[in-house]
Design a protein around this ligand. Structure first.
Ligand code: COA
Length: 173
């Protein structure tokens, strides 16, 4: 049973990331990535980068996942998405990706892109499930092991009542 879509759905909440969340984010970041972003990188994203948008997924009020994107003209670029190890495989990553895609649509974005490690089959499968298709390769993109990145794109449907608000590196996703 998918508990997060049914009985316990009320335990899950989404909200915008704040500076006070950074210590919790660092825990998830270090669990999730071999090239984790620094606290300073997140601080800069939240305070200096006007294109950056970050959201937190809370379970029972505790940060369990997060996702970020840069919104530039009509394209959203996912910078990172991660779920705490103990909470994976329960469709929380999927909920997070669906929510950030909705946010992009609310902001008037028409398409979404990301890079994913060639060996990261779990994330590729998640992206494919939500409509992302591979569109190219960045050779040796990841500096820790020279691994290639697969570039994926997704065309976002137009929101019927969307506001149409328009707005707007590190390696991670
Ligand atoms: C990628 C990540 C966010 C997925 O989150 P999750 O909550 O574990 O995934 P979900 O339970 O929502 O699964 C959604 C889909 O992802 C894929 N998936 C999830 N776990 C999988 C696994 N162990 N094997 C293969 N596919 C898997 C499936 O397509 C799944 O859909 P399905 O259950 O209908 O088959 C999570 O694994 C994570 O944080 N990984 C480390 C960070 C990372 O790699 N981020 C992406 C960088 S580009």
């Amino acid at each position: 049973m998918d508990m997060w879509r049914e009985a316990d759905a009320g335990r899950v909440q989404f909200r915008t990331m704040k500076l006070e969340d950074i210590p919790d984010i660092m825990v998830i970041e270090h669990e999730s990535f071999t090239l984790p972003w620094s606290e300073e990188a997140f601080r800069n994203e939240l305070t200096l980068n006007h294109f950056a948008r970050y959201m937190i997924l809370d379970v029972d009020g505790q940060p369990v996942g997060y996702a970020g994107m840069w919104t530039i003209v009509d394209e959203a670029h996912i910078t990172n998405i991660a779920v705490r190890t103990a909470y994976r495989g329960r469709h929380l990553g999927e909920l997070l990706l669906r929510r950030i895609m909705e946010w992009a649509m609310e902001l008037g974005m028409e398409r979404m892109t990301l890079e994913v490690r060639a060996t990261n089959r779990v994330a590729q499968s998640l992206y494919a499930k939500l409509g992302f298709v591979p569109a190219g390769v960045r050779k040796g993109y990841y500096s820790d092991n020279n691994e290639d990145a697969i570039i994926m794109w997704c065309e976002l449907p137009e929101l019927e009542n969307g506001s149409g608000e328009e707005e707007g590196s590190e390696q991670n996703c």
